[in-house]
Each structure stands twice: as C-alpha cells, then as structure tokens.
Design a protein around this ligand. Sequence first.
Ligand code: ZN
Length: 89
Amino acid sequence: MKPSRAVCQSCAAPILKDYDKGTEKDGSSTELYCRRCFSWGGFTEPRMTAEEMHEIVRTRMIGLKFPRFLAKLSANGVYDLKRWAVSKA
Ligand SMILES: [Zn+2]
C-alpha cells in the first residue's frame, strides 16, 4: 500500500486524520473531502465556485507565509480537484 497523501477534493487541504474527513449522509467518513467542505452528505458551501475556492486557497497560503508563486501554484491545483473538474466539463 502506498502511504496515504489524501487531499480534500474541494479545497486541497491535506486530510491527515480521521478527524479531518468529511461525513457522508449516514455519518461514515469520506476520504474525498475534508470536514470543512463536506458534512453529512453535502457541501457546506454548495454555491461556491472554483474561482472563489481558488482565491480562498491562495489567500490561505499567503496567510501561512508561503511564497506567492507557491500559493498561486497550489491554488491553480484547485481546478484539477474532483469537485471542480465536473463543473468545467
Ligand atoms: Zn476541503
């Protein structure tokens, strides 16, 4: 088995512990999304767009003192995540 490097497929936050995982309708945990994005079978911000999430991730990275180019790079990764790849099609 490969070591798990799960990231939330909505906000790209690393999912390291069970505590970080979102929950399905039946209360079981999902590896796809973190608990901030997805709880009890639904997104916590269902109307959020990929562009809004891009900005949130970029701002968060800069807030964590990441270099700007790295913040932008990570934020661009948002568009490859499962949640947003669907809306692109
Ligand atoms: Zn998330």
